[in-house]
Design a protein around this ligand. Structure first.
Ligand SMILES: Cc1cc2nc3c(=O)[nH]c(=O)nc-3n(C[C@H](O)[C@H](O)[C@H](O)COP(=O)(O)OP(=O)(O)OC[C@H]3O[C@@H](n4cnc5c(N)ncnc54)[C@H](O)[C@@H]3O)c2cc1C
Length: 345
């Protein structure tokens, strides 16, 4: 991969402008590393999908997701970070300086790289989901569950993610109905048992969410579910036969069908990923990957916590680690006094 433009090799490029990338940008910029942030397909990241963030430190009255990331961007720019609308398609990470190929065809070079490309929640394809995401439709119960005290809510999915969402929501909601397209759960035994034993959680088997009702003014007010004979989910739905359609009144819908880490561009690199694609850090380190000089931050390496504050935390750690790594490398590259003397003769 060869650089196709005349840009100088950067010290730090940060892939992703969600909270992790922004936090890394603030730290790297304050260390005078003039980081470049590639904003990717979703500038501002997942937080832009929520209208209200109540659990981020420093905002006692809550803050809009968009406002939070906008403020973070301004903060990073104030210290010298620059932002660019770039999506990384491929990376060459054998050794520093690393090369990143963008979808525009441009190739950028950087000595250190922070991967903060996040994870995207899977959506189910129900009618109206684009409009309602963040308005009563959510992919994060720990983030938005508290807004649904006393509501009847749906959780879509049948695996561990869905059980986690349902169990968390059961603390706030009046009732939680798990809608699953099969007639048995895919979740681990322990998670399935916990959900089944919880009196606030009910199950709707062989069912799929087809439409979300409500508006951005009213929030979610209901959902259309289609129920089909066991064992024939997709086929029967497609020919429109043998399905029952029912509208239910609910105040919230949570997707619990998993997340996909945005690491496809790392596929041909030595950076390690787990079987589901999450970036793996080296044992005993917080952000270091198998490639010296490449650091991970935020949801892209964290399938467990997935919170803005944890993403910001690891973003700052990745930038500090990148700074130390660049300093060590500069020292290594510095000629010894004897070599310097020889070179001057
Ligand atoms: C609906 C919803 C509500 C939420 N509410 C809360 C809440 O109230 N409180 C809370 O703490 N957390 C909340 N979260 C979770 C929080 O948003 C995430 O934990 C956080 O955004 C993770 O930050 P991140 O920077 O790691 O990744 P993301 O926010 O996922 O950002 C990833 C970034 O990487 C970029 N990117 C991806 N691929 C590429 C590529 N190939 N090249 C370049 N760039 C790329 C994207 O464009 C994006 O800018 C919520 C999440 C959702 C979906």
């Amino acid at each position: 991969m060869e650089a196709t433009n005349t840009e100088a090799v950067r010290d730090v490029v940060i892939v992703g402008s969600g909270v992790a990338g922004l936090s890394a940008a603030v730290y790297a910029a304050r260390a005078d590393l003039e980081p470049l942030v590639l904003e990717g397909p979703e500038p501002g990241g997942q937080l832009t999908l929520t209208t209200e963030v109540e659990n981020y430190l420093g905002f006692p009255d809550g803050v809009g997701g968009m406002e939070l990331v906008q403020r973070g961007k301004e903060q990073a720019e104030r210290f010298g970070a620059t932002f660019r609308h770039g999506v990384v398609e491929r990376a060459s990470l054998e050794e520093s300086p690393f090369a990143l190929e963008l979808s525009s065809g441009d190739v950028l070079e950087t000595r250190a790289l922070v991967v903060a490309s996040g994870a995207s929640a899977r959506w189910v394809g129900a009618t109206n989901e684009d409009e309602m995401m963040g308005y009563g439709l959510s992919t994060c119960a720990t983030c938005d569950g508290a807004f649904h005290r006393g509501d009847d809510v749906l959780v879509i999915g049948g695996g561990d993610s869905a059980m986690e969402e349902a169990l968390f929501l059961a603390k706030f909601a009046d009732s939680v109905t798990v809608v699953h397209r099969r007639d048995e759960l895919r979740a681990s035994d322990i998670m399935a048992r916990r959900a089944r034993e919880n009196e606030s959680i009910e199950f709707r088997w062989n069912a799929e969410l087809s439409e979300i009702h409500g508006s951005q003014e009213t929030g979610v007010t209901g959902a259309t579910l289609v129920t089909h004979p066991a064992g024939h989910p997709r086929a029967r739905l497609e020919d429109g036969k043998s399905v029952e359609t029912e509208r239910v009144d609910v105040g919230g819908i949570f997707y619990g069908v998993g997340h996909v880490p945005n690491t496809a561009f790392l596929a041909e690199t030595p950076v390690e990923r787990d079987e589901t694609g999450y970036l793996r850090t080296e044992p005993g380190t917080a952000t270091e990957t198998a490639v010296p000089g490449v650091f991970g931050a935020g949801d892209v390496m964290d399938p467990d916590y997935r919170q803005a504050i944890t993403a910001a935390g690891t973003g700052s750690m990745a930038a500090l680690d990148a700074e130390s790594w660049l300093e060590e490398r500069a020292l290594e590259d510095e000629p010894t006094p004897a070599a310097a003397l020889e070179a001057s003769q």
